[in-house]
Design a protein around this ligand. Structure first.
Ligand SMILES: O=C(O)CCC(=O)C(=O)O
Length: 270
């Protein structure tokens, strides 16, 4: 199976069936060039201000190029201002609203994924965001052309109808994150091939992840947003405050305890 971009009138149906929707050319080349340049400038100047602490050893290439978390919360930085603006961009929100109705922005992330970087084992975003009573929705935008060699995203169509499960241990040689959710029985992963500016919109229970970047010289950068429906009554603390389309910050209750891993589970960042 390959994922194709349906006509706009087919988007909701395709998303309901597959749990993932591809929209090619969401951003144009001048925009992805500007995003790439702003984030590279930031990571070279000061990576700590936005970089996640993923507990990586200093000699891991991802310690030099950590994923950036919640850059939209730093609109004083050029990269943060871009993330903030794009989180509320009409082209993005139009699709988001078609799929899940009126929504709030909950998270922005930027992955650099340089050559030799490990990937991210299969997982489900609902495990982390815990937006209730609804699901979250991810928007994954390619900032470089990408394929299996440089670690493009792989998604599991149809897995969004299954439960959120408690992860098992991932292979640390392949994944910089620790949890692994296997594709449910009867489903198959699809390795995507995308151009810079193409986007995937996927359901919070859709199993997805990415292989290591085995290319010699091709970064695989991506800009990622997560949204929750405006009808959500709670979400994990890390995602608060949410951001309304007009930029207003909104706070709802914190989701805590329970979940697929039992009552002791206190939540963790994505
Ligand atoms: O970009 C990647 O390699 C993985 C991103 C991802 O899985 C996520 O944002 O949940």
């Amino acid at each position: 199976m390959t994922l194709s971009t349906p006509p706009a009138s087919e988007r909701a149906r395709r998303y309901a069936a597959d749990g993932v929707l591809r929209v090619d050319r969401l951003l144009d080349g001048s925009e992805t060039d500007a995003i790439r340049a702003a984030f590279m400038e930031q990571v070279e100047r000061d990576r700590e201000v936005l970089g996640a602490d993923d507990g990586l050893p200093d000699d891991d290439v991802l310690a030099r190029f950590p994923r950036f978390m919640q850059p939209h919360r730093r609109p004083d930085l050029p990269a943060g201002a871009l993330a903030r603006r794009l989180m509320s961009d009409a082209r993005v929100l139009d699709v988001v609203t078609t799929l899940i109705g009126p929504a709030y922005g909950a998270q922005s992330m930027f992955y650099f994924k340089p050559p030799s970087a490990r990937g991210q084992a299969f997982h489900q975003d609902n495990y982390f965001l815990r937006a209730h009573p609804e699901t979250c929705l991810a928007v994954w935008i390619a900032i470089d052309d990408c394929d299996a060699e440089n670690g493009a995203l792989a998604v599991v169509p149809g897995s969004h109808t299954k439960e959120v499960v408690c992860p098992e241990a991932a292979d640390a040689d392949e994944s910089f994150t620790r949890g692994l959710v296997r594709p449910p029985e009867g489903t198959e992963p699809v390795q995507t091939v995308m151009r810079a500016g193409d986007a995937l919109f996927f359901h919070g229970s859709t199993v997805h992840g990415s292989p290591p970047n085995t290319s010699a010289s091709r970064f695989r950068r991506s800009l990622i947003f997560h949204y929750v429906p405006r009808s959500s009554v709670e979400v994990s603390r890390w995602y608060l405050p949410l951001v309304a389309p007009d930029g207003t910050e909104v706070t709802i209750a914190e989701a805590a305890g329970g979940g697929p891993c039992g009552d002791g589970w206190a939540g963790e960042a994505h």
